[in-house]
Design a protein around this ligand. Structure first.
Ligand code: ZN
Length: 249
């Protein structure tokens, strides 16, 4: 079975649609690591699409903030403005669905899903030291995480205590880069962000895991960024959020 792994969609329906169009017939089940909404102009379109796909979804911090499950005093003013705008736009039905999302870790289809760190859904995992805890504690050999909006991850081999940083990234001319999974290793993998990449590549990021063939594909798909920016400006979403889409930072 091939699993489509989506994360940090952030209400960007144009990016989500481009990603789904690029990989038609290449997956059977979808999962989502949270931050369905927040920042982008399409909270209802994206939430409805994720529901329609039947994607097993865990909550992210922006989903919690938009549904009042989390206070926003830790959010910067720009993120907070987007949270308030998102909350005002969500339909009661989508708001209810988002508010009932489970927290990670969630085990499904042979993988473990978390939004941030394995031990704390709101914590960022950037460094090998931060990754090591999750690699050792996770209940599965392959754990997917989001939150940082950086595609790639870490792997660890118990036998020689060797932790490897996986700088895996499709080149500008490539749609995806494959990672061969070794059964003796454990993995903490970030599929990248669909709606607001921050690793310097503005293309929508996601992954497809084919455990039967021991391969994870890390995808990047271009989308019409200027069209999304025009809608964000029309909605009066904060300008820094509009501009960062082009640079992917
Ligand atoms: Zn996010």
């Amino acid at each position: 079975m091939r699993i489509l792994v989506l994360s940090d969609i952030h209400a960007n329906f144009t990016a989500l649609t481009a990603a789904l169009d690029a990989v038609k017939d290449r997956w059977e089940h979808a999962v989502c690591l949270g931050d369905v909404v927040g920042y982008g102009p399409d909270p209802n379109e994206v939430t409805s699409k994720i529901r329609e796909l039947g994607a097993k979804t865990i909550r992210g911090n922006h989903d919690k903030a938009a549904t009042d499950l989390m206070a926003t005093h830790d959010f910067n003013p720009v993120a907070k403005a987007a949270v308030d705008w998102t909350r005002s736009r969500l339909s009661p039905d989508n708001l209810k669905w988002l508010s009932e999302l489970p927290s990670g870790p969630l085990e499904t289809d042979g993988v473990v899903l978390v939004h941030g760190a394995f031990q704390d859904e709101d914590e960022y995992v950037f460094t090998p030291a931060q990754a090591l805890e999750g690699l050792l504690d996770s209940t599965g050999a392959i754990t997917f995480f989001g939150h940082t909006h950086h595609q790639g991850g870490f792997s660890y081999e118990n036998f020689n205590s060797h932790l490897e940083v996986l700088n895996i990234h499709p080149r500008p001319s490539e749609s995806f880069a494959p990672l061969r999974i070794e059964t003796k290793r454990r993995y903490l993998l970030n599929p990248g962000s669909i709606g607001q990449p921050r690793d310097g590549d503005p293309r929508a990021g996601f992954a497809i895991a084919d455990l039967e063939h021991e391969i994870v594909e890390f995808w990047r798909v271009p989308y019409d960024i200027s069209e999304v920016q025009a809608r964000m400006r029309a909605a009066r979403l904060p300008e820094p959020l509009v501009q960062r889409l082009v640079v992917g930072r």
